[in-house]
Design a protein around this ligand. Structure first.
Ligand SMILES: [Zn+2]
Length: 353
């Protein structure tokens, strides 16, 4: 019995040492020490022995079992280390391989244009200001020389906000233009003023050339001795900086309620260089006789200055303003047959810019 067990031990320990991977080792463990193993069979024979023999063989069997367990643990550790070593070899990280760049976003093209516009005017000393987009009627119409029954309000009476009416300031609207910002700037009573207000504006229009939300920018310069010459200089500066060094502007007399005199501002056409016809002799199809309409401008009406608490005998002011989207599209040459595509969040369109 003793010899049998010792031989069995040698056999098992040899098998353990020869196991070439972890699953093989596990199989050896099961077949050598499991319930149906030779070792277990031998243990069952203990019952037929005398008490003294049984104690002796039992102790030996325990020792053998411990020895085998130790051998198995030892071999398992060796095999695991070998496995990790080979893994480290196979799965080595090559830090010199170029990485995969995550997708990067970019500013919306309207935001890019706004940044450009702010930069151009800041070089003339204009500071960007922000004013409410939900505004009182008084700042939107009344203070801009448009009393409640004035027909000029019709085209602008726009999104009214369902809010209580103010005793003096009237109803609330979503700002249909950025001139309300000028009215608020005057109200502050800090002169001189040199501001550029760029804001979302809202009108009740939606079609291929209108979106109900769009952007306008408006400049206001209030000081002593401001004249139309200054206005022309500011506009020329903007045209050259935004559109290119050889672009010119011209002022056409017009009528706005809050300026006097008022002008429509045209810019020389970039396609035909302001001539109205191409080198081939055919007519330029982009412009009207060499000019493109840019926006409105003028000298602030004395009534508007008065409403803002500024003495029109002492101060004068120039103002100008137009749509960001339109200006941007004229500059970049982006031709879209539906302006609403700007705000549809369609990456196929937006990622081109
Ligand atoms: Zn042209």
């Amino acid at each position: 019995m003793k010899d049998k067990l010792l031989k069995l031990k040698d056999k098992i320990i040899k098998a353990v040492a020869e196991a070439s991977d972890l699953s093989e080792l596990e199989a050896v463990e099961v077949t050598s020490l499991g319930r149906k193993s030779e070792f277990s069979q031998a243990m069952k024979e203990l019952g037929g022995l005398s008490e003294g023999e049984r104690r002796e063989i039992g102790r030996l069997a325990n020792e053998i079992k411990q020895e085998i367990d130790t051998a198995v643990d030892q071999r398992r550790l060796e095999l695991q280390q070998a496995k990790f070593a080979s893994l480290a070899d196979q799965d080595r990280i090559d830090v010199t391989v170029p990485g995969i760049e995550p997708p990067k976003g970019h500013l919306h093209l309207t935001t890019q244009a706004i940044d450009d516009i702010v930069g151009i005017f800041s070089r003339l000393g204009f500071t960007r200001v922000k004013h409410p987009e939900v505004e009182w009627d008084w700042f939107t119409f009344e203070s801009l020389n448009m009393p409640p029954d004035h027909p000029a309000r019709d085209e602008w009476e726009t999104f009214f906000v369902n809010a209580p009416t103010h005793r003096k300031l009237g109803k609330m609207v979503l700002t249909p233009h950025t001139t309300s910002g000028s009215a608020r700037e005057l109200k502050k009573g800090r002169l001189p003023i040199r501001m550029i207000n760029i804001s979302k504006t809202y009108r009740r229009q939606i079609d291929v050339s209108h979106t109900p939300m769009f952007h306008q920018f408006e400049g206001l310069l209030v000081d002593r001795g401001v004249t139309v010459t200054h206005l022309k200089g500011v506009l020329d500066h903007f045209a050259r900086e935004f559109f290119g060094p050889d672009r010119r502007t011209r002022l056409r007399p017009f009528h706005f309620r809050f300026t006097e005199p008022s002008f429509e501002v045209d810019i020389s056409c970039g396609i035909c260089s302001g001539t109205g016809h191409l080198e081939s002799g055919s007519k330029c199809r982009l412009c009207k006789e060499g000019w493109l309409e840019l926006g409105g401008a003028g000298m602030l009406h004395p009534n508007v200055l008065k409403a803002g608490g500024v003495d029109p005998d002492e101060y004068s002011a120039l103002a100008f303003g137009w749509g960001v989207e339109r200006t941007m599209m004229m500059c970049s040459g982006i031709m879209v047959d539906d302006i609403r595509v700007l705000y549809r969040s369609d990456f196929r369109f937006l990622n081109q810019f």
